[in-house]
Design a protein around this ligand. Sequence first.
Ligand code: BG6
Length: 509
Amino acid sequence: MSPESAAADRQRGPGEPCVMVIFGATGDLTKRLLLPSLYNLKVAGLLPEKFAIIGVSNIEHTSQSFREELTREAPGHATGPFDPAVWAWLAERLHYVTGVFDDPATFERLQQRLDIVAKEGAIPGNHLYYLATAPAFFGMIAERLGAAGLAQAPTGLWRRVVVEKPFGRDLESATELNRRLRHCLGEDQIYRIDHYMGKETVQNLMVFRFGNGIFEPIWDRRYIDHVQITAAETLGVEKRAAYYESSGALRDMVPNHLFQLLALTAMEPPNSFGAEAVRGEKAKILTALQPLTPEAVLTCAARGQYDAGLITEGAVAAYRAEPGVAAESQTETYAALKVTVDNWRWAGVPFYLRTGKRLKARSTTISIHFRRPPLQLFRHTGVGELDPNVLTIHVQPDEGISLRFGAKIPGPTVDIGDVEMKFKYAEYFGARPATGYETLLHDCMIGDQTLFQRADMTEAGWRVIQPLLDVWHALPARDFPNYAAGSWGPPEADEMMRRDGRAWKNDAA
Ligand code: BG6
């Protein structure tokens, strides 16, 4: 069997037998995303029969009380109809170890429990460690695993570590975290997760571009005027002020999620769909992104913070009035920037990126704005300037792809109107409720790193936004709050586009 077809078989089959150890297992992520995803994988027949989960956290629990708590909450977090029999299968495989992460004794207890669980379930010694903790613990846990001998697998078995975001808070801390991880783990053991890569439409981007003959020939600077990538949220900061106050929209969304979307949009076709081929092409784009000079930050980027306003659900408070947020907070809840990819294909094509909370609509899109036709044939017929063609990839909530083009409005005169051709995932393939973590967890269990960030990719992302972090820190915003909740963001972001003779494409859901 060729390596490619062996990989394809693995993709379709269940993950390899393993024990999944969740550090920080009493947190939200476990209940809301990890267990519902494992449940969905079980339903899809993609979990190995020989499987167990060990939760580790400093909150006192026995395996029994841990199981009971999760069982109470499970139906509420399910993404589809809840089958108690499927849950029971998972629940009986749940175990717990109480302990703090900086204590070697915790890892001794973990080691003992791993031995017992593996023996009881006849599970070979494959371990998937999931770091669902505060980021301050990532390096420490990896080092403790290394010191306890839990990071190295006997021949033929594996030990993998999944690292959640945020991966560092600037270039220096991300580089340091990579150094610490690499000190005790091989790069092939590290799975830096970005949940955007688990989204169906994001994965479809490569199929769309490289599995079809008609788009790639026009996918470059000769035909494309510019690209817009938007991740607009209607949600506010929710209960996450403690984290968000020290993060802000730029750190929270740009070097990870938005740069991943950009890399997939701009990358060259890889030689194969192997992890290294794909990640190598993505890394090339991230390293070709030009960091803004401090002067350019003033004209090629915009930041905002939401004020009180009106969203579909009703009136909502200003960011500064949210629980846990400082009354004079300088944290941005909106960030926009223009970046350029310095390579042959994209020279001169700006990529405009923006993200914000409490915006008018929840909408994550990538829109490709094509150049206008070279000849305004219709200029004598009174139709004015034709709108350019726009291809939009709707990442969420209504996953799909649409193409805007001009058509003659029926009638005796030549009048041109914009029309839209739409493909909606749900209409073709039906809705498949999922958390978005299923593919990623399954990939960890089969050892496929394609969708995960490599060390160089994380550092390249931070390198690009570091000048923004520095300038914004040195020059605190004087006009916050500067956009109303329920609007499309601050006027500075519109101004940034207007200077380039362009405008944001706002897609209401
Ligand atoms: C997370 C951010 O990574 O992504 C959140 O920390 C944000 O602030 C979320 O709300 C958005 O994810 P999604 O899948 O809802 O677009």
